[in-house]
Design a protein around this ligand. Structure first.
Ligand SMILES: Nc1nc2c(ncn2[C@@H]2O[C@@H]3COP(=O)(O)O[C@H]4[C@@H](O)[C@H](n5cnc6c(=O)[nH]c(N)nc65)O[C@@H]4COP(=O)(O)O[C@H]3[C@H]2O)c(=O)[nH]1
Length: 811
């Protein structure tokens, strides 16, 4: 729940104010109570003093009357007390306010009485006669309350006791007149039958303004008990008025059964005290309240600024840095009297700048990442990720508008060889040129992507008929085949294209790409620089390929491979000087299989490494055994695949094989291709050097088919060049092939290399090569690849011929 700081501050200040007021009020109240209590004590003392004075004055008055009686007894002489009082009774009543007079004899028996006079207890009379009791007045209440004075007096008829009474009501009225305070007498003797104050079971014997005041005393009796009320000042509030009621005894004037009650109306002083309190409160409250309002107003401005900064913060959180910085600019920090809010604003400004910079960097990085994520770095074409997204987009579109699309899966032919022989930078340039050519062949709406290496894919929009794509594929192939010049070298590149049309050739993206890939492989198998549209048949072919792979995996273990040997001859004498090992596969059901039916699969699956090791070992073992058997010494040339050559254990494997089979190293020749060496020239050089140090002969197979670098060839540690069959086969019909072959032979000789010409099938070819000083030859003209048995027969035959020739040579 949000509560503004301003309301919290106001609440806190209000609470503080309330607390201060309460404390202040408590002290004022305490002080007022003290003042009030002392004022009331003082008032009470004044009342008691006045009442005492009035009682004493009345007593004096009674004494004066009593002291005049002995004087009156003298005139006329020997008058009795009764006579005197009879004579003066009316006068005493009227002028002296005497209420009653009683005469007693010395035993305390009443002799005469005048008016109404309360009856004195006999004990008091006796004590007075005996002189024990000092002369003084006593207040007593019977039917009325009176002040009585007892005095012994000697009349003509002996000692007597005179009692003079005045009514107390006069005195109490005087008290009220002087003090404006009501007064009364309460009897302490319980009156159960008819009490004036039921709660206290007491009677009020006299009370000024009785009708008005008695209810107040009754109300007081509800507040406290009678005994608790004696000797204390009680406050009673009734009918919007306040009374001070004090009940106390006056033992010097009255007996213990009587109490005086004084009811003072203190409404005015209470009201005045209240007003004083209110005034004091207002005096303190007003400045406090004013302070509070001033504080509130003072807080308003910084709080408003803080609210604005909260908005800035929220804007920053939302990432709208432009708006945030304009808001910050609007709230300029103050130069003078700056406070925490200004510091906060400065910090916000810095934060905003930094966040803005961070966002920019983030945006740049994101863009870069997006580019990296979506586009191929080298060619700028859509990368695999982006391309797959595009395919998915088309698939979604198809669900809406039923327009199909096609995928052209393109792989450059022999790119690896070009890349290896010309170097990676030339390979990269070539890929860039291919990309541009591909883009030039398609519409803007079509997407060209590089899926990796030399694999490209083209997405053709809105295609329903596969025929549409075939003409495009043909156009692409004819565009790509145009010569490319990189670093002064002319390169001829071609590609194989696989075509699929969605959704006929695949529902999912993976399925489409897989089928396009399959079609592309088919195009490659068809002889490269071809396109092939996917068909269900291709799937079957792929399945066959898979089964071929599985069969090849078992072939080595089942010893289904066999070695054939094709003799190599001296061109000038046609005598066998060596042989090339050629692998065959004796398939359990299909019969003899040639390398073109399985060698690529061995390469692709990597099975060529263990199979190649077996070929090397078996070749060395056989030749070694033939040597030992006394057959003419013959060199064996073993084809080494690229996978074998780059295998880190290859050198060790050759060493181990030679050691294990005991074949002298000069009888082993290893055939490698140019592209194997060019792939990683430094490492290849080192390896070839080490093989040569072993004493093994090294030959370059298929020479002339790759992009041979003559500068490398010059320093390459090899012994023999094998001119590829493709140059020999058209001799003598192709002048250019003849020239190339002659040039290769001449160049090789210049480099101190021997030359083997492959594929010699007719005598013309033989003659040409002989005329051009080719060293060795291999081909059907001399011998086809032979089984072990056939080779041994040929070798034996040659040995016999040689022996016969030597025998017929004239001495
Ligand atoms: N038309 C014609 N062909 C001729 C003639 N003379 C020889 N040949 C064929 O030419 C191929 C020569 O082998 P290659 O160039 O190394 O080419 C070989 C080689 O690259 C590979 N290969 C064969 N055996 C092995 C092997 O043991 N290991 C490795 N790694 N590859 C092998 O398979 C390729 C094909 O081998 P093959 O089918 O045995 O075919 C052999 C051979 O039978 C001729 O006068 N006319």
């Amino acid at each position: 729940m949000f509560i503004s700081l301003r309301w919290k501050a106001t609440l806190a200040v209000s609470l503080l104010l309330a607390f201060l007021c309460a404390v202040f009020f408590y002290f004022i109240d305490q002080r007022a109570s003290k003042t009030n209590a002392s004022e009331r004590t003082e008032m009470h003392q004044q009342h008691v003093g006045l009442l005492t004075g009035l009682i004493e004055q009345s007593e004096h008055h009674l004494q004066q009357v009593a002291s005049g009686i002995p004087e009156a007894l003298r005139y006329p002489q020997n008058s009795s007390l009764k006579q005197v009082i009879d004579r003066y009774w009316l006068y005493l009543q009227a002028d002296w306010g005497i209420e009653g007079i009683s005469l007693y004899d010395s035993s305390g028996t009443m002799l005469n009485s005048w008016g109404s006079s309360p009856r004195m207890p006999a004990s008091v009379l006796r004590e007075t006669i005996a002189g024990v009791n000092q002369s003084g007045s006593k207040i007593s209440c019977q039917e009325r309350c009176s002040q009585s004075m007892l005095m012994p007096i000697k009349g003509s008829d002996g000692h007597q006791l005179i009692q003079i009474d005045v009514e107390l009501s006069q005195l109490l009225d005087d008290f009220r007149r002087v003090t404006k305070t009501d007064i009364g007498i309460i009897s302490r003797r319980p009156n159960i039958e008819n009490p004036d104050i039921p709660n206290w079971t007491q009677s009020v014997l006299h009370l000024t303004q009785r009708r008005k005041n008695l209810p107040h005393i009754i109300r007081l009796s509800h507040q406290s008990s009678f005994t608790d009320s004696i000797g204390t000042n009680q406050t009673l509030e009734s009918d919007n008025r306040a009374y001070d009621i004090s009940i106390f005894g006056m033992p010097q004037f009255m007996d213990a059964r009587l109490s005086v009650v004084i009811l003072s109306d203190i409404s005015k002083s209470v009201q005045a005290a209240r007003e004083a309190e209110e005034q004091s409160l207002s005096q303190i409250l007003l400045p406090l309240l004013t302070g509070c309002i001033v504080l509130f107003m003072m807080m308003l401005m910084p709080l408003n600024r803080m609210i604005k900064q909260t908005r800035i913060m929220r804007t920053l959180i939302k990432g709208d840095y432009e708006l945030a910085s304009s808001l910050i600019k609007r709230q300029k920090p103050r130069r003078f009297f700056s406070d925490e809010v200004d510091q906060l604003l400065e910090a916000e400004s810095e934060l905003s700048t930094q966040l803005d910079q961070l966002q920019m960097q983030l945006q740049e990085s994101t863009d870069e990442l997006k580019n990296l994520a979506m586009f191929d770095n080298l060619t700028g074409l859509a990368n695999r990720y982006c391309f797959l997204k595009e395919i998915k987009l088309r698939q979604r579109r198809f669900k809406r508008n039923k327009t199909g699309f096609a995928l052209l899966f393109l792989d450059l032919d022999n790119f690896k060889r070009i890349n290896d022989s010309l170097g990676h930078s030339a390979g990269d340039k070539l890929l860039g040129i291919v990309s541009n050519r591909l883009k030039s062949c398609v519409r803007a709406a079509d997407v060209v992507g590089r899926l990796g290496g030399d694999e490209f894919c083209i997405l053709i929009d809105k295609v329903s008929d596969p025929i549409e794509t075939r003409s495009l594929a043909g156009h692409i192939l004819s565009t790509l085949i145009m010569p490319i010049h990189i670093a002064g070298t002319e390169i001829n590149i071609s590609a194989s294209i696989g075509i699929v049309v969605a959704p006929n050739d695949g529902i999912t993206t993976e399925e489409l790409l897989q089928n396009a890939d399959l079609a592309m492989y088919q195009a490659k198998a068809m002889g490269r620089n071809k396109y092939c549209a996917f068909s269900k048949e291709l799937t079957l072919r792929a399945a066959r390929q898979l089964s071929l792979e599985n069969e090849l995996r078992n072939a080595l273990a089942n010893q289904e491979f066999e070695l054939y040997f094709q003799p190599q001859v001296h061109i000038n004498s046609s005598e066998i000087c060596g042989m090339e090992t050629l692998i065959r596969w004796q398939h359990p059901s299909k019969g003899l299989q040639y390398p073109d039916q399985f060698i690529d699969t061995l390469e692709e699956t990597g099975l060529i490494v263990p199979v190649g090791e077996w070929i090397l070992k078996e070749s060395c073992r056989l030749v070694s055994s033939w040597l030992k058997a006394g057959l003419p010494p013959i060199k064996v040339a073993v084809n080494i695949s690229a996978r074998q050559f780059t295998d880190p254990g290859f050198l060790r494997s050759v060493e181990k094989t030679l050691a294990a089979t005991g074949l002298p190293t000069e009888y082993l020749e290893l055939e490698i291709t140019e592209s194997m060496v060019m792939g990683n020239i430094d490492e290849s050089f080192e390896l070839l050097q080490k093989l040569r140090e072993l004493g093994v002969t090294l030959s370059i197979d298929d020479f002339g088919t790759g992009y041979s670098s003559l500068s490398y060839l010059k320093s390459l540690p090899v012994d023999i060049l094998k001119v590829d069959r493709s140059f020999v086969m058209d001799i003598p019909n192709s002048q250019s092939d003849m020239e190339i072959t002659a040039a290769i032979i001449a160049m090789a000789h210049k480099l101190q290399l021997k030359v083997v010409a492959e594929g010699i099938e007719n005598p013309e070819q033989h003659d040409f090569l002989n005329q051009n000083n080719c060293d060795y030859g291999q081909g059907y003209l001399f011998a086809k690849p032979l089984t072990q048995k056939e080779l041994i027969e040929v070798l034996n035959k040659q040995r016999l011929e040689q022996e016969n020739n030597s025998l017929t040579v004239p001495a």
